[in-house]
Design a protein around this ligand. Structure first.
Ligand code: ATP
Length: 207
């Protein structure tokens, strides 16, 4: 909780494949509610969700796969090659995601939670982090991130490189961080580093 009695809101971010989802999982297990904004965005983009029609209107039926859902690879192929197309996608999705995150923050505050973590890939790019009480940035070497995403998603390395290059550099994100978690060794080490941040938050009296 902050000195003024309001619930503290922290941000958790990092580039693709940095390990932020793993960190969020540990923090949730350690007792901090974690709102996964990227997951909300995926749910909103599902057929029938509030972002679906806007996305198909902007990018055409070519981004709809045979199952009737947005073909994420087709969409990524468009937006990660052209910054203006990525900006168009963000214009459709960001407001909707922020509304839902804010709705959940309100519920958690009403429940009397003292601290929450909002996990999102684009916290710094959107300037959202400046309204927060502290930012956790997860970093990892570029080659490691590429290897992890290729293994996790079964996509090509060139695809992952394009996505990394379309994102803000992790060094620039790290400049905004209150806590930097360097995820360049094993999962045990990552979990230990995540718990250290939870302890730091708890020591401030926000947990
Ligand atoms: P994205 O932005 O693509 O969602 P992310 O930052 O959330 O990525 P994760 O999904 O947490 O990244 O991690 C990417 C993959 O690498 C996952 O399969 C995860 O289990 C694995 N991973 C993360 N950290 C490590 C590690 N230290 N050792 C081994 N595997 C790891």
């Amino acid at each position: 909780m902050r000195p003024d009695g309001r619930m503290a809101v922290f941000g958790l971010t990092g580039g693709i494949g940095s390990g932020k989802t793993e960190v969020g999982r540990v923090m949730a297990l350690a007792g901090i509610p974690v709102i996964d904004a990227d997951r909300i965005s995926r749910v909103q983009a599902a057929r029938g969700g509030p972002a679906f029609d806007g996305m198909v209107g902007e990018f055409g039926d070519d981004i709809v796969g045979p199952d009737g859902e947005i073909d994420r690879e087709a969409l990524a192929g468009i937006v990660f090659r052209a910054p203006d197309r990525l900006a168009a996608l963000n214009r459709i999705t960001h407001g909707l995601v922020m509304d839902e995150v804010n709705r959940r923050l309100g519920l958690l505050a009403d429940m009397g939670k003292r601290a929450v973590m909002v996990e999102a890939a684009l916290l710094v790019e959107t300037g959202w982090d400046s309204d927060m009480d502290g930012l956790v940035v997860v970093t990892a070497p570029r080659e490691t991130r590429i290897e992890r995403v290729v293994k996790r998603d079964g996509v090509g390395a060139d695809d992952v490189k394009r996505r990394i290059d379309a994102q803000m550099s992790q060094d620039d994100k790290a400049k905004r961080a209150r806590w930097i978690i360097g995820n360049d060794s094993g999962l045990d080490e990552l979990r230990r580093a995540s718990i250290e941040v939870v302890v730091a938050i708890a020591m401030e009296g926000t947990l």
